[in-house]
Design a protein around this ligand. Structure first.
Ligand SMILES: Nc1ncnc2c1ncn2[C@@H]1O[C@H](COP(=O)(O)OP(=O)(O)OP(=O)(O)O)[C@@H](O)[C@H]1O
Ligand SMILES: Nc1nc2c(c(=O)[nH]1)N=C(CO)CN2
Length: 192
């Protein structure tokens, strides 16, 4: 565990320093989603890009989930989702930026909130850091409600916890629990 607290600023606001580079690698969890183009190929490539990114060492790749879209415009294709665990020497914001850079290489655009996308990479947790900053809220503010994140995470690590709760329990309680299924074995995908 590392301390990320920064001194209170002039307004008395105290928050984590999201640009702080850790002294030792810290654990983090990322969630990936894709529902445009060849989503399986995109996820495979994105996992490879993250594995090769400086300052990131992947420690786990979940099986791929086929998930019905949550929110956003109607008529979107199903998503493929997966979760990665890693150790990183990057600061929280640098880890977010690394994911966003990879999104850009897959021509990710941001037009409609929760609209279809070639690739989305969310930072779910970074060490034990909590942040209310709009550009990087930690843990991810909606992850605990999303079976499309929680279920593949629990497949990979049945003991995983998020903010003190068992991820598998949160997955079972999520509104979208019934619309997440495992990509059939033998299908192309980074977790297969
Ligand atoms: N934990 C986080 N992981 C990724 N982005 C975050 C996080 N916290 C805040 N953000 C900010 O959210 C902004 C919008 O991100 P994005 O376009 O990926 O949202 P979304 O995937 O459509 O929706 P959601 O945030 O519900 O997953 C980003 O510019 C980013 O700075
Ligand atoms: N099934 C599914 N639904 C979503 C997803 C996603 O990755 N999978 N991402 C969203 C915004 O991040 C909104 N809705």
């Amino acid at each position: 565990m590392t301390s990320h607290a920064s001194p209170a600023d002039e307004a008395g606001h105290q928050g984590p320093d999201l640009d702080r580079v850790p002294h030792v690698p810290v654990p983090a969890v990322l969630a990936l989603g894709a529902n445009l183009g060849d989503a399986a190929a995109t996820l495979t490539e994105a996992v490879r890009q993250l594995a090769e990114a400086p300052g990131i060492e992947l420690t786990g790749v979940s099986p791929v989930a086929v998930t019905q879209p949550v929110g956003g415009p109607p008529g979107q294709p199903d998503y493929l989702n997966l979760v990665l665990t890693l150790m990183t020497r990057l600061s929280p914001r640098a880890l977010l930026a690394a994911g966003q850079e990879i999104e850009r290489t897959h021509h990710r655009t941001r037009e409609v909130r929760w609209g279809p996308r070639t690739l989305d990479i969310d930072v779910i947790t970074y060490d034990d850091l909590t942040s209310d900053e709009p550009d990087l809220t930690l843990p991810h503010p909606r992850a605990h409600l999303r079976a499309f994140v929680l279920t593949p995470w629990s497949w990979m690590d049945p003991e995983a916890t998020l903010s003190g709760a068992l991820v598998a329990d949160l997955a079972a309680q999520a509104d979208d629990a019934g619309s997440v299924r495992r990509l059939p074995t033998g299908t192309e995908g980074p977790g297969s």
